[in-house]
Design a protein around this ligand. Structure first.
Ligand SMILES: [Cu+2]
Length: 281
């Protein structure tokens, strides 16, 4: 055997069918977001801070199982970071800068906190691959992380590290919504969810606080990191629809094929920057 032939078995089969994603152009997740509409209090929401990390990444893979990775990118001028006013409990809440985190874009256009999913996977990893600790933290009157994956049946722990009252208010229609006061002495609240749903979370005390709990029924989801990168692994061979959701920009899909030999499939999801008239304000 000569030339490339002997190497071909080791070459990653990188195939994306119908690589043209479609962007529904939706605003605030309206096309996909089920549940009641959260209050417009999002105008005063905090930044997620540099310590937040990508969550929900599945790592490792095995022969015959594929990896899907790439970036979520904004094409065009991103909105300028906007500092939000802290108008309550300033001594606790005001010790960090609170930035509008509905659309966070790095200098290369990478969009943070988008959720990439591959649906319809048969076999592969069970939901236990997501782990068993799902924490929504409250520090300095901000939620960490801004977007959290939680499996159906998994226990969400909402922590209060601040010496002030918070109020956890979820906006959902499939799962029962809850609205629970969390005084400073109540350091942890536990909740479970029975159905997949993207759920907006707000604090009724501090109107700038917001986050998303993404309840899922399989482990093939990832939240993009600060560079807009995502990675899903352990995907059995097959043809799938991959979906990217971002709270302000809506949903983009693409057909993805994982070859029989597994390997790596790459795709970048691209959104157009909101028109100036629709930009965050
Ligand atoms: Cu609060």
């Amino acid at each position: 055997m000569t030339g490339l032939g002997r190497f071909i078995p080791h070459v990653i089969l990188l195939v994306i069918l119908a690589g043209t994603g479609c962007n529904d152009g939706a605003r605030p997740g309206a096309s996909e977001q089920s549940g009641t509409t959260p209050p417009p209090a999002g105008r005063d929401r905090p930044g997620i801070g540099p310590e937040a990390k990508a969550t929900g990444q599945l790592t490792g893979g095995s022969a015959g199982q594929g990896v899907f990775r790439g970036r979520v990118i904004l094409r065009g001028d991103p909105p300028k970071p906007r500092k939000l006013q802290v108008v309550k409990d300033v001594a606790v809440c005001g010790i960090i800068d609170h930035l509008d985190d509905r659309l966070v874009v790095d200098h290369r256009g990478g969009i943070r906190n988008a959720v990439v999913s591959i649906n319809g996977v048969k076999g592969g990893r069970g939901i236990a691959a997501m782990g068993d600790d799902f924490v929504l933290d409250q520090k300095s009157c901000a939620y960490f992380p801004h977007v959290l994956l939680v499996p159906v049946g998994g226990t969400l722990r909402v922590l209060n590290r601040d010496g002030v009252l918070h109020n956890i208010h979820t906006y959902s229609s499939i799962n029962p919504a809850f609205n629970v006061a969390q005084p400073k002495a109540l350091k942890e609240i536990r909740k479970t969810f029975s159905s997949p749903e993207r759920i907006a979370v707000r604090c009724d005390v501090h109107g700038w606080m917001s986050s998303w709990v993404i309840v899922v029924d399989h482990p093939y989801h990832a939240v993009t990191d600060e560079d807009g990168r995502f990675e899903l692994s352990g995907i059995p061979p097959g043809r799938y629809v991959a979906e990217c959701w971002q709270e302000e920009l809506g949903t983009v899909t693409v057909d993805v094929t994982i070859g029989e030999d597994g390997g790596e499939t790459r795709h970048d999801f691209v959104y157009d920057a909101p028109a100036p008239s629709a930009a965050l304000n």
